[in-house]
Structures are given as structure tokens and as C-alpha cells.
Design a protein. Structure first.
Length: 113
């Protein structure tokens, strides 16, 4: 059973940056495609970015050119660098192994205007 633990959320002013981390324990991390989702109050959970086993990223249009997803297989960690944050980016951010029901507990991102 793979466990995922997110960290790095917090309160930031609009235009600021945060770096989220998702550390995995158990399993073979290098064999997993990973993704970051977010869920704002009253809204459905949405895909923010994903990264293939080979490290190729894909982004939701609203975060392109602002967010960067990367992975470090040696550290079994996937990152989400978030730049130029906007109030609409505020949400709980979750990481997941694509194609599984493995989710972390989430980390809160709050953006003040």
C-alpha cells in the first residue's frame, strides 16, 4: 500500500509563490505517473498537472506558464512549484498516483488578494 503525504501549503499574497511536495512511501515510485489535483470549497476536484513516468508534464490551461510539476524518483517525491499565485488558485491540493485510488490527505493553499 502506497502512502502519499503532501506538504508545503500555506497563506501567500497574490503574485507570490509556493512549492508543494508529495512524498510517497511504499511501492515503486519510479513506475507511477503522478498528478496534482485541487478542490476549492463547493467545487469539484480538478486536475492541475500531471507528470509521466518519463517526466513529461501536462498542465491545466489556467496554470500553464505559472506552475511547474517535477519529480525526484530518488526521493520518491513529486513537486508542484506554483508561481504568480492568484486568489482563484486557493484550494486544497492533493497528489495521487494516476490510475489508482491512492490519494494524500491534502495541503491547504490560501491566496490573499
Amino acid at each position: 500500500q502506497v502512502q502519499l503525504v503532501e506538504s508545503g501549503g500555506g497563506l501567500v499574497q497574490a503574485g507570490g509563490s509556493l512549492r508543494l511536495s508529495c512524498a510517497a512511501s511504499g511501492g515503486i515510485f519510479s513506475s507511477y505517473a503522478m498528478a496534482w489535483y485541487r478542490q476549492a470549497p463547493g467545487k469539484v476536484r480538478e486536475l492541475v498537472a500531471d507528470i509521466t513516468i518519463g517526466g513529461s508534464p501536462n498542465y491545466q490551461d489556467s496554470v500553464k506558464d505559472r506552475f511547474i510539476i517535477t519529480r525526484d524518483n530518488a526521493k520518491k517525491t513529486v513537486y508542484l512549484q506554483m508561481n504568480d499565485l492568484k486568489p482563484e488558485d486557493a484550494a486544497v491540493y492533493y497528489c495521487t498516483i494516476i490510475g489508482t485510488y491512492s490519494w494524500g490527505q491534502g495541503t491547504q493553499v490560501t491566496v490573499s488578494s
